[in-house]
Design a protein around this ligand. Sequence first.
Ligand code: NAP
Length: 484
Amino acid sequence: MVSRTIPVDSFDLVIFGATGDLARRKILPGLFRRFASGQMPEDAKLIGAARSEMDVTAYRQVVREALLEFADVESKPDDVIEGFLRHLEFVTVDATGDDGWSELRSLLRAGVVRAFYFSVAPSLFGDIAERLKTKGLADEDSRIVVEKPFGRDLKSAKALNASLATYFDESQIYRIDHYLGKETVQNLMAVRFANILFEPLWNAQFIDHVQITVAETVGVGGRGSYYDKSGAMRDMVQNHLMQLLCLIAMEPPSRFEPDAVRDEKLKVIRALDPVPPSDVVRGQYRAGKDLTGYLEDVEDPDSITESFVAMKVQISNWRWQGTPFYMRTGKRLRNRTSEIVIRFKETPHSIFGPNSGSAANEMSIRLQPNEGIDLRLTIKEPGPGGMRLVDVPLDMTFSEILGVKLKDIPDAYERLIMDVIRGNQTLFMRGDEVEAAWAWSDPIIETWENGDQQPDGYDSGSAGPESALELIHRDGRRWRELRG
Ligand code: NAP
């Protein structure tokens, strides 16, 4: 099956921070793939903006190199790359100054979708928003895209929301959480809400518990100074894991429309119980063979910032009362894997006897690697000699069943940028959602920051600290193995 490419309206997209890491690694390669697939209109304009002094030829060279490094360009003829580069313009602009804005305005066209991607530090969001409005570059139809981190606590998130709201309506603001752009995450909604099979079982009566895991094998690398001010709770849990939890736990929205979906996600966040310290574990990776430890990777040798978090979360509503959600995320773990596991309850009575081999059903939703969903069912082992049961997967690896190559599935950024052009906010976070998520995570972070306790150490290549295993073992459950 070949995925359909639905063309979008013509657009001008300005990328602030166009020479930065995110633009070169994700945004421009994503746009290139949309261009190569035929989705980008012939007259679409991509306008890079940054303080660097360079002309458009030099900028196109920067982008060419980025594509060679980060996009799959080998399979594309040279004229496709050239064709893409012709869409690019560049303007030297300082977000905090007055130069460059009129040149930028002169490149923008009337009558096409106009979007501004803020791929710069959040401290510049307010400056850019203000200048876009006061210098006449944005109107009430323009869209702005803002990157994470959206604040570092409730107070700063509120301040950011307020500064954007001074110049833009909520319907114009696209807060990116790229996890929501992943194919499997959207498939989670399709599986839940387009099939009658699961929804009747999707509650505390039938689901024993849920596990959400986002594990990385890399350490903080060159991002040590940034990461050390953030930590796993701010960098991953408050946004990405929280969004995944919301999609699993939310009530069916009345329509697959932005505010209907986001209203339901917000209700989940507001129903989260405060997490007591006994239900949270934080860890920090230790040095290993040929590998530096966290404390060597960051500037502060006494840092108590966590590179790992595991927690048990309870949702206080009718649907989920009594079904815990276990979440964990960390760096330098055994395998790079992101998955959600829905563990159903055992059958109330096993007619085949206790030793027959029957196991509880389990659905796992893999975001990476190898995006797909599998459902473990119990069937009879073939052959004579009584009823022996065996646990088998119903495997829905997308690349296999849909006949698409993994590299041809649009990556989260390309999908989300096209959603901005289409004006579809469903997969973007609303301001009140972000604030509610901070209101829930702030007390957890404050407890850590007001203490001086070191996070629990763990070995590189392990599944995290021992205390994270105990967190779930004490409930008579086990984490799913971290499979690559
Ligand atoms: P980066 O590599 O440091 O790039 C920053 C960009 O902003 C550069 O193009 C820089 O170019 C430009 N810039 C800096 N100050 C400016 C100013 N006063 N006016 C205009 N342009 C200015 O940062 P990044 O990693 O790309 O991250 C960008 C944003 O995305 C940040 O909010 C980050 O948190 C977020 N983010 C990044 C990633 C990632 O993987 N990199 C992932 C998720 C979110 P000049 O120096 O030439 O001005």
